[in-house]
Design a protein around this ligand. Structure first.
Ligand SMILES: Cc1cc2nc3c(=O)[nH]c(=O)nc-3n(C[C@H](O)[C@H](O)[C@H](O)COP(=O)(O)OP(=O)(O)OC[C@H]3O[C@@H](n4cnc5c(N)ncnc54)[C@H](O)[C@@H]3O)c2cc1C
Ligand SMILES: NC(=O)c1ccc[n+]([C@@H]2O[C@H](COP(=O)([O-])OP(=O)(O)OC[C@H]3O[C@@H](n4cnc5c(N)ncnc54)[C@H](OP(=O)(O)O)[C@@H]3O)[C@@H](O)[C@H]2O)c1
Length: 510
């Protein structure tokens, strides 16, 4: 490991990282490996690290991009058991990586950051936290904050299901104490979570009622075991692994064209839609069921899901597919708009996440005491989803407009971390106590995204968690991962303004 990057006086900034999912882990590792910086703390609300892969333990949970791409580029795992690894294996990978970089000793578990406020006079963030084990509360000052709180974290539990009087739970909070064997079970929702759960439990339950509001585009998933031979090759001839990684990455990148509504890409999009249609035709023989499973919107507008066992699961005798609206829930009975009613033993809610609520009111108070929740509203104004004009020295990971519909978000997290590290390096080189993106740089980014999104399917008239309430796409990046990387490959000082360190009296900070 090289020399520690420091300010001219030999000091290093104090860094706080919120969250220990892939984002928080990546920030910590990059601080260590690129700046040799050890003065950081990770706050984690849960009792374990992993984020998504710690909390989503539902049967069938797995990644939907190939594992070779769903891992840190700097920590290749040659041992993935299958093409698409399951939750337990991904979580184990995260734990192994965390142990290798000694992250566990840096994490304050069960400690939730409840408030983050920028203090101009200190040129620091002050984080309020609470330890949920001990009830202890406190404040920590930080020169730099990484926010890796995860957009898909807070389960969305529609109010109407609160009235259900039997066992019920959200997919992200799976109830492992309840044995589904021989039970009559309802599964609500038809997104990626549900499409993984249904085939995984269908053999266990006596009867499964599946409630779908809108159909999802599904493409085949070829999930094969990685043989000992391939694992050996990957491990001992890294070039083979590298080649497979690049092939997978570029084949994902090439898909981006199907999301474009431009006439040049119409043929590609139509071919993709035809493939999805053929797959439905091939897997579902029952005409009525096929009609129910046919989406009424343009391909890609919502997340395309990979699955080879979902349609066959729906065709099973013990499964009933409902497309009527759930009108009412009383006791253990669900009443539908078509007049039918089903009394079930347990209710599984695969109803998605509160994406827009992940930044609560009053949570981040930035420059000039502005509440980020109020300033942004439904419309985040960031610089490449990484930072903003209101939040000096704060870096968002998997922030607004950095999600993807076609490739692994780990690439985006890594790219954002690299840019944050370049920014911190610049701060130290120029002896700055704070740095923030200019309002113009943020506006240019947001305006460009808005303009580009007009030519993408995500802006069409179907509703998804990619959009805000006005239908504006605030969750996704509009182009390839490579394009994002290209834009951020070097630090652009002209897009930032800073405050010289000497202007902050040391006595104030002490
Ligand atoms: C079931 C599921 C499957 C997915 N599969 C894929 C896939 O195949 N490919 C893909 O690219 N993406 C996938 N995603 C998206 C996935 O969320 C990201 O890939 C990635 O794991 C996000 O990592 P993260 O660290 O940004 O967020 P998270 O993993 O959500 O981690 C956030 C962490 O921050 C902590 N935290 C939040 N707020 C606070 C606070 N105030 N104080 C302290 N700690 C806090 C949380 O407890 C959590 O540990 C999937 C998402 C889900 C839900
Ligand atoms: N690796 C993977 O394969 C994987 C697995 C799980 C999740 N993920 C990620 O997580 C994201 C979220 O996936 P998700 O499946 O958890 O959520 P989601 O895609 O948002 O799907 C939620 C589902 O619940 C339905 N729903 C919501 N409220 C309802 C109500 N009141 N009554 C009836 N139905 C209701 C929605 O219907 P409408 O569509 O009509 O709104 C939708 O079908 C994905 O897009 C993906 O990025 C990935």
């Amino acid at each position: 490991m090289g020399l520690t990057k420091t300010y001219k006086d030999g000091t290093t900034p104090i860094v706080c990282i919120i969250g220990s999912g892939f984002s928080g882990m990546c920030a910590a590792i990059r601080l260590q490996t690129q700046l040799n910086l050890k003065t950081y703390t990770i706050f984690e609300l849960e009792p374990e690290l992993g984020g998504t892969w710690w909390s989503n333990t539902y049967p069938g949970c797995a990644c939907d991009v190939k594992s070779i791409n769903y891992q840190f580029s700097f920590e290749p795992n040659y041992e993935w058991s299958t093409t698409y690894a399951g939750q337990q294996e991904i979580w184990e990978y995260q734990r192994q990586v965390a142990k290798k970089y000694n992250l566990y000793e840096k994490i304050r578990f069960r400690t939730e950051v409840t408030h983050a406020e920028w203090h101009e006079e200190l040129q620091q963030w002050v984080l309020d936290w609470i330890n949920h084990n001990t009830g202890e509360t406190g404040q920590t000052n930080a020169d730099i904050v990484f926010s890796g709180m995860g957009p898909l974290r807070i389960p969305q539990i529609p109010k109407q299901f609160e009235a259900f009087e039997g066992p019920k739970w959200h997919t992200a909070q799976w109830n492992h104490d309840y044995d589904l064997t021989g039970k009559h079970v309802a599964v609500v929702g038809s997104g990626a979570s549900s499409i993984q759960v249904v085939p995984a439990i269908v053999d266990k339950v006596k009867k499964l009622e599946f409630y779908q509001r809108s159909a999802t585009y599904i493409i085949p998933r070829r999930n094969v075991s990685n043989s000992a031979f391939w694992k050996f090759l990957f491990k001992h001839i890294p070039f083979v692994h590298f080649l497979y990684y690049k092939l997978t990455y570029w084949s994902n990148e090439s898909i981006i064209r199907i999301f474009s509504t431009k006439w040049q890409h119409a043929l590609t999009r139509r071919v993709a839609m035809l493939l999805a249609w053929s797959y439905r035709f091939y897997q579902i023989r029952d005409k009525q069921l096929r009609a129910k499973m046919t989406p009424n919107y343009i391909l890609g507008c919502r997340r395309i899901v990979v699955s080879s066992d979902f349609y066959p699961a729906l065709a099973r005798k013990n499964v009933c597919v409902h497309t009527a609206t759930i009108k009412d829930v009383k006791g253990r009975t669900l009443k539908l708009s078509d007049g039918s009613r089903q009394e079930v033993d347990a209710l599984v809610l695969a109803t998605g996440f509160h994406v827009k609520d992940s930044l609560a009111e009053g949570f981040v108070i930035g420059k000039d005491k502005c509440d980020l929740f109020k300033v942004w509203g439904q419309d985040p104004k960031t610089y490449y989803g990484i930072t903003s004009a209101e939040t000096p020295n704060m870096f968002f990971l998997l922030g607004p407009n950095t999600g993807l519909g076609h490739n692994s978000v780990l690439f985006m997290i890594e790219t954002a971390c690299e840019y944050a590290i370049m920014t911190i390096s610049h701060m130290m080189d120029k002896n700055l106590s704070s740095i923030q993106a200019t309002p113009k740089a943020c506006k240019d980014f947001v305006d460009e995204v808005e303009e580009k999104m007009k030519g993408m399917v995500w802006s069409s008239n179907c509703k998804s968690w990619y959009q805000n309430e006005q239908g504006k796409v605030t969750a996704l990046w509009w182009s390839t991962c490579t394009h994002y990387w290209w834009r951020l490959r070097k630090f652009r000082p002209q897009h930032f303004v800073g405050v010289q360190r000497s202007k902050v009296p040391a006595a104030i900070r002490a």
